[in-house]
Design a protein around this ligand. Sequence first.
Ligand SMILES: O=C(O)C(=O)C[C@]1(C(=O)O)C=C[C@@H](O)C=C1
Length: 280
Amino acid sequence: MKLSVLGPAGTFTDMAAKAYLQTQPNAQITLDYHPTFDQVYQAVSGNDLGLLPLENQLDGYVSATLQRLQSADVTEIGEITIPVDFGLVSNVSDLSQIKRLYVQFKTEGQCQVLITQLPSVQIITTASNMISLEKFQTGQLGDAAIIPQSQLAEVSGALKLNHVADQRDNSTRFILFKANPASLEMLSQTSLTADYFKAPLFITPAINDRPGTLYEILGYFAKANLNLVTLMSLPTKSQLGMYAFYLEVSGHRKQQEVLFTTLQELASKYQVHLLGYYAV
Ligand SMILES: O=C(O)C(=O)C[C@]1(C(=O)O)C=C[C@@H](O)C=C1
């Protein structure tokens, strides 16, 4: 079985995948690296798995992943959270001499304190932290890159700064998914291997330009005593001002039945796109 991740090897996605593999000592899983999120996503088919970042503690949701989930036919089978820490490397010895900075697009939002100290530096956004490192290694004088802190000792540079994220306490949550579409019927029959579950889903009202739509949706969960841990709205893209709600429900597996009856009730009134029901 293949597990597709963002490459080259050394990205945080790669680290999260390796942390997952440690929990599956008997599975025959090989890592398959791709340079962009899109390519990771496209590479997952059949029984194979993919891993994408969903949420960062400092910079919030990864909208590229959320947007894919919105239109995707996938089943999320788990999630994994790992600490995230960055360092800066440059081939010039002082911050004031840096001309170009390679930084992954989600990393940029996590290192704002440092980046605002470099107002005249050209920021070159990359698709992965290891691509930032590769670009730096093949670049020119005046280059710098923000890279995983764990790579800093391996790379040579005139300037190295440790722990450049805005906060030392920082982590990213990743989701693990399969290519087959999730359905309420299929997931309602799943037996969990742990006591607690998470169920991510999209709910799209046909018309949301009327008072009380969200209040009404939330009422179904409140009435069933189901805990919502995430609520976001995302454009449906069909028309300006039309939004879908992304929710994550969490609870105890004793609530499995009430979860699925609640989702069935909601599905009779709204478009419900369940993405998974997995152990956490
Ligand atoms: O570029 C990487 O190292 C990744 O694994 C991607 C990614 C992300 O897009 O969120 C993963 C964790 C960090 O939040 C920064 C970058």
